[in-house]
Design a protein around this ligand. Structure first.
Ligand code: NI
Length: 138
């Protein structure tokens, strides 16, 4: 039996701003423009989590769907939904909460919690026209 890829989608809203401590105030403004405003601005993000594996002969599933939903809710949505990412999510005290870094942070939160299925991809949409894919550190 071949490998099957299953994706679950979830939406969350969060605010952020972009600021690098390695840059001066002028350089931050030049690089990040209005996204550098420390009062932040919001996005409606979409998270897509893809797991892969063989289909279980007994259940017909590649993953326990209820467990996947619970892990996404607990590890990512409860931490990031309706949050000011820079101030309320520990990863973003040091990392700039770009869509790239949100995808990496979501992967790092999800990957150790998934048991039966293997995490394949985390995709984060910042807008319908812009998304980031992360396939893990390797
Ligand atoms: Ni933004």
């Amino acid at each position: 039996m071949g490998t099957v890829y299953l994706t679950r989608k979830a939406e969350f809203a969060a605010s952020h701003y972009y600021h690098s401590p390695e840059l001066s105030a002028e350089e931050n403004l030049r690089l990040f423009g209005k996204c550098n405003n420390p009062n932040g601005h919001g996005h409606n993000y979409t998270l897509e989590v893809t797991v892969k594996g063989a289909v279980d002969a007994t259940s017909g599933f590649v993953v326990d769907l209820k467990q996947l939903k619970e892990i996404m809710n607990r590890e990512v949505l409860e931490a990031m939904d309706h949050r000011f990412l820079n101030k309320e999510v520990p990863e973003f005290e040091t990392l700039i909460p770009t869509t790239e870094n949100i995808a990496i942070a979501a992967w790092r939160r999800l990957e150790p919690k998934l048991k039966a299925a293997q995490l394949h991809r985390v995709r984060v949409y910042e807008t319908p026209d812009l998304f980031v894919d992360f396939y893990g550190e390797a």
